[in-house]
Design a protein around this ligand. Structure first.
Ligand SMILES: [Zn+2]
Ligand SMILES: [Zn+2]
Length: 353
């Protein structure tokens, strides 16, 4: 009995500490103590993300058609016998091609897609498979929140009708578990990003799945500033024809000190969180160094100051290469961007603070 009490007390204490503002580093989270697991599947040049919390699963996209069997087998290998939600972000084949095979192979409770008049063969086949299974098909509405296990997700976009601009019509969701959140943007590009910003949506997240496979048409400066991610994930194929991720995106994330986790280099990338701490693993690379705890002073956004050069009157993010080569006596620290601009400093062209 005593032992049982202890087992009950430990999670209760964890919850208690999570409700306070001070957090202690809690070590790594893995498949045993995670309350939310987010798997970015390696489906070559495409997207497929599997969310798991409690015993409930959500699938977002399933890569090209050729990956359908692999995605289905992967979902089953994670112990899922049904999906609470299946989300089709937008009707491009690198996202929805594999969904039909998954629909044929596993029970789905709700199918979520954005309104579209797309009539491609692949998309119509997906819709027909949904119709045949007769489960509710839900039209994505910005502001709607759905829960699964200990986590939930809120639909942030699309906010408008983007006609045949299917990338910008992508469903964007923010997944939250405790204090940790993920922004998953499908192929949304600058237009949708600006619309979300203009609508005043809270886009801040610990992990950003970069829009459109890391294309420079997504991950705008304004979006990155609003999201302020600690980690970025790019889902793309090795040596893909589009040059994804684009150099601009790589550079911007580097300037933010935000590690980029790429499925083309790492294979499937998995994030585990207990709601306070975030850890990663991947198929091909050891990601044990990437552990992040909310409230840990070293993760505080204030840790990233703006450093100006008294001689050149240029200011940088504190982790820009330009700061490393700057002599100590030329350095001046600004607490925020506004102060640097007010003092007459201009932003560095490389780190774009
Ligand atoms: Zn697309
Ligand atoms: Zn795509």
């Amino acid at each position: 009995m005593k032992k049982l009490l202890c087992m009950l007390l430990i999670p209760a204490l964890c919850l208690l500490s999570a409700s306070c503002t001070q957090f202690l580093p809690q070590g790594r989270v893995n498949e045993h103590n995670a309350r939310l697991t987010v798997r970015f599947l390696d489906v070559g040049q495409g997207d497929s993300i599997l969310l798991e919390s409690g015993d409930e699963f959500v699938l977002i996209d399933a890569g090209e058609r050729d990956y359908g069997d692999e995605v289905l087998a992967y979902i089953e290998s994670c112990g899922a016998d049904e999906l609470k939600y299946m989300i089709a972000t937008h009707p491009h084949s690198d996202h929805i091609g594999g969904l039909r095979t998954v629909l044929d192979g596993i029970d789905v409770e709700h199918f979520i897609s954005a309104e579209t008049d797309c009539e491609t063969y692949t998309w119509l086949k997906v819709l027909r498979a949904v119709d045949q299974q007769k489960f509710p098909s839900v039209e994505a509405r910005a502001g709607s929140t759905y829960s699964f296990g200990n986590a939930s997700f809120t639909i942030l976009a699309p906010l408008y009708d983007y006609d045949e601009d299917y990338n910008n019509a992508s469903i964007v969701i923010k997944v939250t578990c405790g204090f940790i959140s993920f922004l998953l943007t499908g192929d949304a590009e600058r237009e949708s990003e600006y619309d979300m910003l203009e609508a005043g949506e809270n886009l801040s997240a610990d992990v950003l799945k970069c829009g459109h496979h890391g294309s420079s048409s997504s991950s705008s400066d304004k979006l990155l500033k609003a999201v302020n991610p600690s980690f970025a994930v790019v889902s793309c194929g090795k040596g893909n024809d589009y040059g994804h991720p684009h150099r601009e995106t790589v550079r911007k994330l580097k300037a933010l000190g935000c590690p980029m986790l790429r499925t083309d280099e790492m294979g499937t990338v998995t994030a585990y969180t207990d709601g306070v701490t975030l850890s990663f693993s991947s198929e091909k690379q050891d990601l044990s160094a990437y552990t992040y705890t909310v409230g840990d002073p070293k993760n505080s956004p204030d840790a990233l100051n703006y450093i100006g050069n008294k001689n050149s009157r240029v200011f940088h993010f504190s982790d820009c290469g330009g700061v490393q080569s700057m002599s100590e006596r030329n350095k001046v620290t600004f607490e925020n961007r506004g102060d640097a601009v007010k003092a007459g400093y201009t932003p560095c062209a490389a780190c774009k603070p």
